[in-house]
Write a protein that binds this ligand. Structure first.
Ligand SMILES: *[C@@H]1O[C@H](CO)[C@@H](O)[C@H](O)[C@H]1NC(C)=O
Ligand SMILES: *[C@@H]1O[C@H](CO)[C@@H](O)[C@H](O)[C@H]1NC(C)=O
Ligand SMILES: *[C@@H]1O[C@H](CO)[C@@H](O)[C@H](O)[C@H]1NC(C)=O
Ligand SMILES: *[C@@H]1O[C@H](CO)[C@@H](O)[C@H](O)[C@H]1NC(C)=O
Length: 499
């Protein structure tokens, strides 16, 4: 991820179009699908949406936000609802936690980080020890095909490329525990939950699988392995059997061309690369191809000084800031041009469609008077993914202003039912009000962003409804979201429109 800005033209040319069809490419070296950064941090408290700022966003502060260092308690608004509302189901999409770089800076030493887990190293977590021992019993779980051979814990004293670090594990133990706290009064999963009620899926990388398990352990400490099936998603877009979409690939190509043009027009960035290459004594082209921001971010997040070479000197924070500044410019340009949004709509439809169907199923079964928990519906879904999954998900939902997904970012969908109407209240549409109505909440990194989404932006808590009706989301996913590409369905958008 992270990479981003660093995408070199030739890398771009050889890797274009990989995303939808290559299993697990996450984090390719271009920004369109992989990494940029969201907008600025608010002054004091972190916000999903930036406060209006007169000054340029500070690229260094922004980078610290991206690290998501687990050193302070977090606000989490999950599980908040009006009194008497009943929580029906929760669907979570996470990005994996802190990881070792995917790219390395030529002629310099790799950051020195130990990827084994140890309670005596910081950051740590009260659940870390029992998590490690619980993972050793993972053989009792059910694993979809390629997953059984993926290690369940990071365990290299010199981290491997892209390996999850202890920081990454702790980030997700904390995430899981936050949601455990948020939902414990809502009895989402009873202690004797049925296997069908929990759906866990991950791409085939160690860092996503391990992140998902850490999250799950924080959420359900000492869960019963024999009830767990971990499912495999071969595509980073979570598009399953509906990945074929030529129009999506075209939008991505165009987006990458936009990104390339913006980058080569940035003379400060170009000078910066020449500078850095000189420091290291390597050709500029080689330095650029090494995507130095990925490795520099790792140094920053782990409080390690930037790399040096004996003769030339060290890379500097100022150089890093120039790359990050360009990434922020790119984010703004991306929003302005809108190609990425169209890509994202088509990329995330299969996931959103699946989520919408699950919600509708749970809502129907609860309306039929069966308790969804008793009926064994899926009430908790965890999808462990990458920045190239979470970024298009945010864009597809219309959360264009949200910050680029940091390590261990989380998007949470909650499904709620209001209390049944009682006599004396105004009559609502027959048949609906009797059981109460169903609502959706959307949260990003703990902040309620429901009323920033495309499908609920104009709802604005009118009609005395404090939440967003599920129907808004269903119509959006099934039809309205395609209007941006001048279509009315996925099929239509992917195959009919060639322009
Ligand atoms: C947490 O770590 C970040 C990044 O290292 C640092 O900027 C911040 O001040 C720390 N916060 C606390 C509360 O220690
Ligand atoms: C990690 O690797 C070491 C050395 O290869 C091994 O002894 C240890 O059991 C492993 N730990 C886990 C939790 O897999
Ligand atoms: C959308 O979801 C429905 C219900 O699960 C399914 O039948 C349909 O095939 C899905 N459509 C696509 C294009 O994935
Ligand atoms: C959308 O489709 C309509 C009808 O096919 C067409 O007239 C219109 O030009 C299209 N608009 C765009 C922006 O493609």
């Amino acid at each position: 991820m992270v990479s981003a800005a660093a995408a070199r033209l030739f890398l771009l040319l050889i890797s274009v179009n990989l995303i939808p069809t290559t299993p697990i490419v996450e984090e390719q070296p271009f920004k369109a699908i992989d990494g940029g950064f969201g907008v600025a941090l608010g002054k004091s408290r972190k916000r999903v949406f930036p406060v209006l700022h007169i000054q340029e966003p500070n690229p260094i502060l922004e980078a610290y936000g991206y690290c998501n260092t687990p050193n302070h308690t977090e606000q989490a608004w999950e599980g908040h609802s009006p009194a008497d509302y009943k929580l029906l189901s929760v669907h979570v999409m996470i990005r994996h936690g802190d990881r070792y770089p995917l790219y390395f800076i030529p002629k310099t030493r790799r950051p020195s980080i130990d990827c084994t887990l140890s309670g005596s190293r910081k950051p740590t977590h009260p659940l870390l020890k029992s998590f490690i021992s619980h993972m050793s019993q993972g053989g009792q779980g059910h694993w979809e095909a390629p997953l059984s051979s993926v290690p369940r814990l990071p365990n290299h004293s010199v981290c491997e490329t892209g390996e999850l670090t202890q920081t990454g594990v702790v980030q997700h133990l904390r995430n899981g525990q936050l949601l455990q706290q948020a939902y414990k009064h809502h009895n989402l999963l009873s202690p004797d939950w049925a296997p069908r009620q929990l759906w866990v899926e991950t791409t085939g990388k160690g860092r996503t699988l391990q992140s998902g398990l850490a999250f799950l352990y924080g959420f359900l400490p000492n869960f019963d392995w024999s009830k767990l099936t971990v499912r495999h998603q071969w595509s980073t877009l979570y598009c399953g059997s509906a990945c074929d979409c030529p129009a999506r690939n075209r939008y991505l190509d165009e987006e990458q061309r936009r990104q390339y043009r913006l980058r080569v027009a940035d003379t400060e960035l170009e000078r910066n690369y020449v500078d850095m290459a000189q420091t290291l004594g390597v050709p500029t082209r080689q330095l650029r191809a090494a995507n130095p921001v990925d490795s520099l971010l790792c140094h920053l997040c782990h409080d390690l000084s930037f790399p040096c070479v004996p003769a030339g000197g060290c890379l500097t924070m100022a150089q890093f800031a120039v790359i990050r500044r360009q990434q922020l410019d790119d984010e703004a340009d991306r929003r302005r041009v809108g190609l990425y949004h169209k890509y994202a709509i088509l990329a995330m439809y299969p996931y959103l469609n699946r989520t919408a169907s699950k919600m509708e199923r749970v809502a129907k079964s609860s309306e039929a008077g069966r308790r969804p928990r008793a009926a064994g519906e899926e009430v908790f879904t965890l999808s462990s993914a990458h920045d190239v999954t979470v970024a298009p998900l945010l864009s597809a939902l219309g959360l264009e202003e949200a910050r680029f997904p940091r390590f261990a970012a989380r998007v949470v969908f909650e499904l709620w039912r209001s209390p049944p109407t009682t006599q004396g209240q105004p009559k609502k549409k027959a048949g609906i009000a009797k059981h109460g109505e169903v609502f959706i909440r959307v949260l990003y990194n703990g902040e309620d962003v429901t009323f920033h989404t495309t499908f609920c932006r104009s709802h604005e808590r009118r009609a005395g409804q404090p939440l967003c009706p599920l129907m808004n989301f269903l119509s959006f996913v099934r039809r309205d979201m395609f209007s941006i590409v001048n279509a009315t369905s996925y099929q239509d958008a992917c195959f009919t429109h060639s322009g």
